[in-house]
Design a binder for this molecule. Structure first.
Ligand code: ZN
Length: 180
């Protein structure tokens, strides 16, 4: 347990009203920590991968600022996602818990640093959509082609439902001509 202030902040933010937008620079200047949970239903981009929409992402974000004015967001998230196994398409439960570490520059430098990103760079002083920020982290933490443990998957190897990334060697390894 941290001090009473931290506990009060936590209690406030665990209520139904997590802020929709956050201002990282302001949070960093007062050294705040935000924690709480977001309903999976609220995360539209993640939703297309999910077989079950019930559940939450729990997260904690600590805001600090370095000498150059860069705002550092450090923390973690954890969640349990039910996705489709890419081999058998049956539900597969993924438990993901990962650290978060994102730097936000106070001005447009952030855009340059994230150059290749598909979204406009988020800067520290502008409002950042909290749910989208967390959703980005969850999407980054998801495996490319989630599959059951081979021993538990109802379908044998070599019958991948998605051939997005099948190595030619994997195909050779699983090739059993006498089976069919
Ligand atoms: Zn499977």
């Amino acid at each position: 347990m941290t001090g009473e202030g931290g506990a009060a902040t936590l209690a406030r933010l665990m209520k139904p009203g997590l802020p929709q937008y956050i201002e990282p620079l302001r949070l960093a200047e007062s050294g705040e920590t935000i924690s709480g949970s977001l309903q999976l239903r609220a995360l539209q981009r993640l939703g297309r991968w999910l077989r079950e929409r019930d559940g939450v992402v729990e997260f904690r974000l600590e805001f600090s600022k370095d000498d150059r004015g860069v705002v550092r967001v450090k923390g973690q998230f954890s969640t349990e996602l039910t996705v489709a196994c890419q081999r058998c398409l049956e539900p597969l439960v993924l438990r993901i818990a990962q650290p978060i570490e994102v730097d936000l520059a106070a001005d447009t430098i952030a855009v340059d640093e994230h150059g290749a990103g598909d979204e406009p760079g988020e800067t520290a002083d502008g409002p950042v959509h909290l749910a989208s920020f967390i959703e980005d982290e969850v999407l980054l933490g998801m495996p490319m082609a989630p599959r059951h443990d081979p021993a538990r998957c109802p379908k044998p190897a070599g019958t991948e439902a998605s051939s997005a990334r099948v190595s030619p060697f994997a195909v050779l390894k699983d090739y059993h001509p006498e089976k069919s």
